[in-house]
Write a protein that binds this ligand. Sequence first.
Ligand SMILES: *[C@@H]1O[C@H](CO)[C@@H](O)[C@H](O)[C@H]1NC(C)=O
Ligand SMILES: *[C@@H]1O[C@H](CO)[C@@H](O)[C@H](O)[C@H]1NC(C)=O
Ligand SMILES: *[C@@H]1O[C@H](CO)[C@@H](O)[C@H](O)[C@H]1NC(C)=O
Ligand SMILES: *[C@@H]1O[C@H](CO)[C@@H](O)[C@H](O)[C@H]1NC(C)=O
Ligand SMILES: *[C@@H]1O[C@H](CO)[C@@H](O)[C@H](O)[C@H]1NC(C)=O
Length: 753
Amino acid sequence: MSAQLGFSDVRYSALNRIPRNTRLCGILAALCFFLTLSLIHIQFPLQRSSTNQDEKVLPHVAAVDCGRRSKELDAKRKITGKSWIVVTTINQPTDAMDLLCNLDGWNVVVVADTKSPKEWTCGSCVYLSVEDQQCLSYDIVEVIPYKAYTRKNIGYLWAIQHGATKVFDTDDDNLPTGSDIIFESPTEGVVGYRHDNTTGKSVNIYSHFGRPDIWPRGFPLEEIDIRRPVSYMTEYTSIPEEAKDVLAPPMMIQQGLADLDPDVDAIFRLTQGQELKHAKFCKKSPSIRLSPGTFCPFNSQNTLFSYDAFWGLVLPISVSFRVCDIWRGYWVQRLLWDVNGSLGFTKPTVDQIRNAHNYLDDYMDELQIYEQSSKFIDFLSSWNSTSTHLETRIIDLMEGMAENKFIGLEDVDLAKRWVKDLQNVGYIFPKVSYYDPQAFEASLYLYEEPRVRAQKSHQLSSDALKQCQLEADVDPPMSRIQITNGLESDPSDRFKDILLVVNFNHPDYKALEPFLSIYKPYFPNIKVYGPQVPTDLRDQVIEVEPYDGGFTSSYRALADAMERFPNYSGYLYTNDDTALNVFQLAKFDQDKVWKQVPDHTYDIRDRAKPPPSDWHWLKQESTAMWNDTTSLTEEQRKRISAFTKVDGPADIRSYCDAVYVPARISVELTDVLKRFAKHSVFLEMAVGLALVAVEPPENWLSWQEMYLWIGGGREYWRNYLTSGVSMLHPVKLTSDPKARNYVVNWIENVQVV
Ligand SMILES: *[C@@H]1O[C@H](CO)[C@@H](O)[C@H](O)[C@H]1NC(C)=O
Ligand SMILES: *[C@@H]1O[C@H](CO)[C@@H](O)[C@H](O)[C@H]1NC(C)=O
Ligand SMILES: *[C@@H]1O[C@H](CO)[C@@H](O)[C@H](O)[C@H]1NC(C)=O
Ligand SMILES: *[C@@H]1O[C@H](CO)[C@@H](O)[C@H](O)[C@H]1NC(C)=O
Ligand SMILES: *[C@@H]1O[C@H](CO)[C@@H](O)[C@H](O)[C@H]1NC(C)=O
């Protein structure tokens, strides 16, 4: 079971390497006396650390005679094993403890505090009394405060020293619902990552399990958006082997969810606490692991650590009770990326029967989370260090965190002691294999299209959620399960009232299928136009007559669509060989014309003058149009003059392979275009001029158009699918079989406005 996740049982057992000095207390009682003395000088954290373990005050811990205790401790040391549960408590054994202590194959170490009962027995649990703890030779013992949850740190070391290859981190109020605590198999996994890190780096994992309306404690307040809680996820099983390792490294830490009373922040409890009554997550949702670069808070209540993640168990002492596990969870996520590991989340495996809390106290205790978690995540995302060993990277990171006031200096000291203690108990740190953000990004592009993967994954998770919804009759909490779109934003929603008009300039329809497959997911309404339509495509393509290679047929198609389908709120025109930056367009104002404002005007009143450029070869048609007084109304001529600054006929040169027209001006524009068509004005004179005639360019949204034939880039269009341009032309979808994937990847990954 434990070998499943790349942390293997054959690892050299820590138990065999217990250094002799762990028995120092037993041998040198005098040293322990000094140890005890030094306890009295402990610096307690400034922040209040209120817990079920009360206010922290300097305890009156009497000097312990470790020599006398050594026999008792030696007996406890005889209990060894690979699977350890670590708990700290001030209560008599709870029901949950009863269950944990009797879990087959697991050892339990319970770390006592000053308020804990003197006598505490439960199954074969190892109960480390305060006196026991003082006789341990761990360097951290000297600096761990009393009346503090962080006493657990001592238990982690104990477990590691006594043979642990996995540690289950939990509390005495979490009742496991299964008969074992296991790492979920990686094949079931999906990975979650933020598709667009400009809007945040966190995912709300609760939404993956059907409750997007709540969020885990520690989640940055700025990123709470119950409409799009999981930004992006992709089906793990469909990713090729070589990409899997990059997108989803082996799971080293697994956070199981908790039913009944899940871990949320005090803001949630104070404002919507009633929503939590008997809350349940969907147990059918597949387990999910986070890719490097993406964060989600995790706690210390139902959390399984593999051997390679033991270094990340240490809870910081300079922050409050309700911050310490969340803060640990965040910095550990950053370092997991550097040891080829990931954090995973699985369905609920415990029922949380929460000890009573005062929510306002909790709120005060959580202030640092509210204030800093987003900044902390930003800091961690950009953090790096030149250290090549994890041991030193941990210290580097702690120093950086202290410098930036996320933790106090006492935690830098703690980390140094922790690393030393780990080395002393024989822990072998995993090797550093740097997370490389560029390789990660590249692997997103290389294989199956992110959108296809996202859709599969969304299918996978929504199928699971639907099954849970069906259980509402027998399990009422399931009526709260919601299915959310897993995508960052769904452009199809923005385009639902828009008609996409696609024109084929030539009767070559090989690009029809790839074109439609690219744009159908985004555009619910598409009309295709083209010349000489073959019989078998008549139901898909509206015929444009006559075939003139796009000379005028393109804008006649647009005019026809605006006239024939008048009920849309806007018309987005494109050629079949133009790529559209869909996510960017989804953000644009749909009441504006989208077109790059033309920058070339030619005064054509004096026909004796030579044409201003070769390009002007089409002057005849436009002159005929200008000669015809019915072509433009007085008002339209005035608008053109205002733009061209020419008091008379003036051509406007403007390419037109894509344009957006709001319905507000579609009737007038259709009219002008039809009058232009009568004189066969060339497309690249007609559309810009017609638009200027009906809508002053200062009102346009002048998007960025890119034309590759200008710089000779035509052959290399792939190189240009990288920036924030709105439309790119020409992009020949039929030129190679992979062209379609390139365009889709561009659309999915370039979302810059
Ligand atoms: C993510 O953020 C980094 C900088 O923090 C930036 O260089 C990168 O392009 C971003 N990636 C995406 C997909 O937005
Ligand atoms: C990460 O772990 C996987 C699975 O053990 C392995 O195949 C891969 O090579 C590792 N990657 C690195 C960068 O070490
Ligand atoms: C951190 O630095 C290492 C070594 O210079 C580099 O390989 C790695 O890509 C960097 N990681 C990040 C996240 O910048
Ligand atoms: C417009 O009308 C067509 C039928 O002509 C219909 O199929 C389509 O749904 C309508 N669109 C809108 C936005 O109302
Ligand atoms: C436009 O009108 C002028 C002046 O009447 C005439 O000389 C010219 O031939 C006309 N051109 C076209 C193309 O109709």
